[in-house]
Write a protein that binds this ligand. Structure first.
Ligand code: SAM
Ligand code: SF4
Length: 444
């Protein structure tokens, strides 16, 4: 029982948790395989944030049931938020499952897998002290390293299942995190992304998030620092100053808005008003000129009227987000809002979502069009997926840039002139000598 196939669903925190699990498994003598057919054990690292995410995993388990019919010794496990959310009920619901392990059980994974070969096992105890601070993840090979700095969440937004699936908020000690960053750089990573559900509320008892940004900024060989997701109410003056003063912290923030209506923000228990949010944006933009902003928005929350929805669209226009993740509200068991009557039907949620997607397309197009003719600095990530003659990478503003393969190496910072744009991609060139030099204006 040594070969494991691991599939990851959901957010970046799950990607980082999968790297943690791989580290734990490899140190215990397990190896990772690329195909379920080659595995002794299959693990799905899952998400519970919307019902759809759980449906996808249940569908996938159906596929593995067929594999298990052919190979009865195969162990199938569900890890992560859906495991924590449904707990032992999952074992009852799915005959294919041998193991259910929540986000605080990964230290015991080798032992759990061995036991699950004999009888179904569930490990779903949340542990308010577990940070995995002493466990080195096995990072992927890209230019970017994901570093979890905080686990859990104490905010209890009324729609959100995360505080129930990931438990109480806890931060990893700053020295451990800087050690992780240094080792990631030594392994060839050029950028770190600090992860936490309310990452700017990071506090290890001695240091806050501003201290962490400043300490990471001093790590030699590191080119870029980003973080996700901050909470608007935790965006302190100290964090904004650290962002502005640390050259490696990129001028880009993903700042979830959720709704532009004060009534709905209150019902969501987001702890800020529309005006508070706009004030945070203003303070960020004053300190960090040209800052790129993205967001998360939920449409169709219980009680959301056409007027509330219009406030959300108006706020999106007012901020002029560079990009946005837009979601239809999905009622989740255990949350406060679960028992509230849904007042917006699926068709209307769909219409509101489409309207916001159209609006964001226009905002993204305007923001990307404004970069045409300017130079951006790109951290090269390798060959473009669609066109192998091109390279791709991200600008400081986290915009995807593609440009001709000029021999730049992966991990190199390259100055690229933007010549065209779509709402999703900037198209650039490094062959700028022939172009008029007076149009060369650096924006990021
Ligand atoms: N902690 C982050 C925050 O507060 O913004 C993000 C948490 S969640 C993984 C990512 C996004 O999923 C949220 O910002 C929210 O927009 C969305 N989301 C969470 N619960 C949802 C629900 N019940 N229905 C629809 N979208 C949801
Ligand atoms: Fe969920 Fe709110 Fe915590 Fe984000 S801040 S994880 S939306 S409860």
């Amino acid at each position: 029982m040594k070969r494991v196939f691991l599939e990851t669903y959901g957010c970046q925190m799950n990607v980082a948790d999968s790297e943690l699990m791989i580290g734990v498994l490899e140190r215990a003598g397990f190896s990772l395989v690329e195909k379920p057919d080659d595995a002794d054990a299959i693990l799905l690292n899952t998400c519970a944030i919307r019902e759809h995410a759980e449906q996808r995993v249940l569908g996938r388990l159906g596929e593995f049931a067929r594999l298990k019919n052919r190979r009865p010794g195969l162990v199938v496990g569900v890890a992560g938020c859906m495991a924590q959310h449904l707990r032992a009920r999952l074992l009852d619901r799915s005959t294919v499952l041998d193991l259910v392990v929540g986000p605080d059980g990964y230290r015991a994974l080798p032992d759990l897998l061995r036991r699950a070969a004999d009888e179904p096992v569930a490990h779903v105890r949340l542990d308010r002290d577990e940070t995995y601070g002493d466990l080195e993840p096995r990072r992927g090979s890209g230019v970017r390293a994901w570093v979890t700095v905080q686990r859990g969440c104490d905010k209890f937004c009324t729609y959100c299942v995360v505080p129930y699936t990931r438990g109480r908020e806890r931060s990893l000690p700053l020295p451990d995190l800087i050690g992780q960053v240094e080792r990631a750089v030594a392994a060839g990573h050029r950028e770190v992304v600090f992860l936490g559900q309310t990452v700017n509320a990071y506090h290890d008892g001695r240091h806050d998030f501003a201290d962490l940004l400043r300490a990471a900024d001093r790590v030699a060989g590191l080119a870029r620092i980003r973080y996700t997701s901050p909470h608007p109410s935790d965006m302190s003056a100290r964090v904004i100053a650290a962002m502005a003063e640390c050259p490696k912290v990129m001028p880009q923030v993903h700042l979830p808005l959720q709704s532009g209506s004060d009534r709905i923000l209150e019902a969501m228990r987001r702890t800020y008003t529309r005006a508070d949010y706009l004030d945070v944006v203003e303070r960020l933009r004053a300190a960090i000129p040209g800052l790129a902003l993205s967001t998360d928005i939920i449409v169709g929350f219980p009680g959301e009227t056409a007027d509330d929805f219009e406030h959300t669209a108006a706020t999106m226009r007012e901020v002029g987000f560079d990009s946005a993740f837009l979601f239809k509200y999905s009622a989740r068991p255990d949350t406060r809002a679960w028992s509230w009557p849904e007042t917006v039907d699926e068709a209307e949620k769909g219409r509101r979502l489409t309207a916001l997607i159209d609006l964001q397309q226009r905002l993204s197009a305007a923001s990307n069009d404004a970069t045409v003719g300017h130079d951006v600095e790109v951290l090269v990530e390798g060959r473009a997926r669609r066109n192998l003659d091109q390279l791709h990478g991200k600008s400081a503003h986290f915009k995807t840039v593609v440009f001709e393969d000029d021999g730049s190496a992966t991990g190199e910072l390259r100055r690229v002139r933007i010549v065209a744009a779509t709402p999703l991609t900037l198209i650039g060139t490094t062959r700028v000598r022939a172009m008029a030099s007076e149009s060369l204006v650096s924006i990021s």
